[in-house]
Design a protein around this ligand. Structure first.
Ligand code: ATP
Ligand code: MG
Length: 255
């Protein structure tokens, strides 16, 4: 049965999609059957893995509106063991329409149940908001993975996110756990990065991943080639860091 990890932070541009895609890639390389769920209307995970959005016949829009089951929306990637359910911008409209639907918070959870036996890991890439989609992600997940950019204001909003996690746990998903907090875009030349990392560690203690993701131009370039950084330049520092993260995630989830 798949372990479901929701990559989330309502703050924009902190490395959620980059983490979902590259963690997924290295889990798959480690022979774990992995599915990435692109749950952000921006569809960055889809394009980042080379899915042509004009050719998407069914994706998260159709799943959320009940037109197809999850199995009808899965697309294989070039990488063995790595699949994705893509999305298109219409997911934003679907979200608005779902506001009055019954069981609106449980749609993703139910959708995943049918395909969970086929995977070892399911990774959900969330939008930068604490919206209906994000709550669906949290309810469907076993774990939250929280990427935090090592910049000023990094921890802003984190308290609110943890509060939402608590609420979800209390009301609908008592098993939800924080898998870890990942420092992203770490720049070892700046003292600010080190300061923010120290602050993260002080706050989250051993929930902070030992792996940090460096600021690395190869990571930023890879999506424009529709590839994970490990495919684009597997010897880059960024690729190595995500490989290490995958190892740490496997370790933390096999306890
Ligand atoms: P959004 O909130 O809009 O969904 P996000 O949290 O998913 O954003 P990403 O899209 O993963 O964030 O990253 C934001 C930008 O920073 C992207 O252009 C990405 O390529 C770049 N980026 C992410 N991680 C790194 C890194 N470690 N080094 C350099 N650039 C990075
Ligand atoms: Mg994103």
């Amino acid at each position: 049965m798949a372990i479901v990890i929701c990559v989330t932070n309502q703050k924009g541009g902190v490395g959620k999609t980059t983490t979902a895609v590259n963690l997924g890639y290295y889990l798959a390389k480690d022979r774990r059957r992995t599915l990435i769920v692109d749950f952000d209307p921006q569809g960055n995970a889809s394009s980042g893995l080379g899915v042509d959005k004009s050719e998407i016949e069914a994706g998260m829009v159709e799943v959320m509106t009940g037109k197809v089951g999850m199995e009808g929306a899965i697309v294989a990637t070039r990488t063995k063991n790595l699949d994705i359910v893509p999305t298109t911008p219409e997911l934003a409209n679907a979200e608005v329409e779902l506001v009055n639907a019954r069981g609106k918070f449980m749609i993703l959870k139910h959708a995943l149940a049918t395909i969970a036996p086929d995977y070892d890991y399911i990774i959900i890439d969330s939008p930068p908001s604490l919206s209906l989609l994000t709550v669906n992600g949290m309810i469907a997940a076993d774990y939250l993975l929280l990427p935090v950019q090592t910049e000023f204001y990094a921890l802003e909003g984190v308290a609110q996110l943890l509060e939402s996690m608590k609420l979800v746990r209390k009301a609908m998903n008592p098993n939800l756990q924080l898998l870890g907090v990942l420092a992203t875009m770490y720049d070892k030349r700046t003292s600010l990065s080190a300061q923010v990392l120290a602050e993260i560690k002080k706050y989250f203690k051993d929930k902070t991943f030992t792996t940090t993701i460096p600021r690395n131009v190869r990571i930023a370039e890879a999506p424009s080639h529709g590839a994970a950084v490990g495919e684009y330049d597997k010897f880059s520092k960024g690729a190595k860091a995500y490989k290490e993260l995958a190892r740490e995630v496997v370790k933390r989830t096999s306890k």
